[in-house]
Design a protein around this ligand. Structure first.
Ligand code: K1U
Ligand code: ZN
Length: 186
């Protein structure tokens, strides 16, 4: 198990479309372990494999509050099969876009089809933070970032800031505890 480096804007690999997992073997299970370790260390509530440079459709998540026992969830080849017409707005963050938070409007409810770690086909209906987080992570598997859902003006500002930081070789800070978004669980 290892904490892996998280890709940060403007890394082009974040725009790559990930490939479906063909077989849930030892290497996929090892990837999932590394993803949880990386996600908990960040800390984050979700992670897509491409964020650690692995272009496979694998997502980890844990929406447990600070004082609750861990609730690790794994979604392999997740796919939205239905989305509500009604929208919900949530202040999102992204471990690949550190210290930037913005309100994003998405379908309030979604149905998601996926494989669990045993290769069993499952489907769930989600609302609230689970619906937001699932859509954010599924977007990652398609090379889409949450800044693609905000205005071009704001997106261009974010891109400019991160390109500049990369050029200067500035150290990229993780999401600090005191900078957590207002909706934070726990
Ligand atoms: O995919 C990612 O980059 C992870 C991202 C998931 C996410 C957050 C908010 C809305 C939608 C998707 C994060 O985990 S950002 C960090 C964060 O929200 C958080 C960190 C510590 C405690 C609680 C939340
Ligand atoms: Zn993200």
């Amino acid at each position: 198990m290892a904490v892996r480096d998280i890709l940060v804007l403007p890394d082009k690999r974040l725009r790559q479309k990930s490939a479906p997992v063909k077989a849930i073997d030892k290497s996929v299970r090892a990837l999932v372990e590394d993803m949880f370790e990386t996600m908990y260390a960040a800390p984050g509530i979700g992670l897509a494999a491409i964020q650690i440079g692995v272009p496979q459709r694998v997502v980890t998540m844990d929406l447990a509050k600070k004082d609750e026992p861990k609730q690790p969830q794994v979604f392999i080849n997740p796919e939205v099969t239905w989305a509500s017409g009604e929208s919900a707005t949530y202040e999102e963050g992204c471990l690949s876009i550190p210290e930037y938070y913005e309100e994003v409007s998405r379908p309030a409810k979604v149905r998601v089809k996926y494989l669990d770690l045993d290769g069993k086909q499952r489907e769930l209906e989600a609302d609230g933070l689970l619906a937001t987080c699932l859509q954010h992570e599924i977007d990652h598997t398609n090379g889409v970032l949450f800044i693609d859902h905000i205005s071009k003006l704001k997106r261009d500002m974010v891109m400019k800031k991160f390109r500049k930081a990369a050029k200067r070789g500035e150290p990229l800070k993780p999401l600090a505890e005191d900078k957590e978004p207002s909706h934070h669980i726990g």
